[in-house]
Design a protein around this ligand. Sequence first.
Ligand SMILES: Cc1cc2nc3c(=O)[nH]c(=O)nc-3n(C[C@H](O)[C@H](O)[C@H](O)COP(=O)(O)O)c2cc1C
Length: 199
Amino acid sequence: MDTFDAIKSRRSIKSFKNHEMTEDEINQLLEAAILSPTSYNIQNWRFVIVTEQKLKDRISELSYGQRQVAEASLVIVLCADLKAWDRNPERYWKNVPEESRNYLVSGIRQAYSGNETLEKEQAIRSCGIAAQTIMLAAKSMGYDSCPMEGFDYGKVGNLINLPDDHIVTMMIVVGKAAKEAAPRGGQIPLSDVVFENSF
Ligand SMILES: Cc1cc2nc3c(=O)[nH]c(=O)nc-3n(C[C@H](O)[C@H](O)[C@H](O)COP(=O)(O)O)c2cc1C
């Protein structure tokens, strides 16, 4: 599917058909997700994929009963490892010459050491970009999706055994739409959101 077609036809779907995604399809989606850009290539996203119906049902309850979670073929809890920058960062640049690698790793350490705000901001940036990659890739594969923040973050975190130094950033549910999305709520015009050179 053409990229623009995927962008235009992606909508937040609230009702899915009973449909099982194959393992290959799930892998294809996740392999696309991990091509998403991250600052200094720290690849701080972590994806918890939920395929078990019992768990999806529980997460649906923790999402204030939103049915699309229980009905989806796949629920992806997007998490971030706040300390990814400090976990063997050499591996993020293993393909470059040693001198460049050392330079980049020292840049990572300088930027992140003692900077918890940056750890969290970067987590949200990385997962936001990965989320859109997942939704557009899903669309190209003939699937629909819904991005979600309407759930109890603490309880979902407990359910998936979230490590202390990780955060949950959002969720995406993926499946075959059972019902089309309602017409778009109303996009505001470019002139309200674009400013040339300065506000
Ligand atoms: C971060 C984020 C969280 C969202 N959370 C929910 C949610 O919990 N439940 C829901 O039904 N839709 C949720 N949405 C979907 C938005 O309502 C939807 O993207 C918006 O209305 C625009 O519609 P569209 O995605 O169909 O273009 C969320 C969207 C984003 C980006």
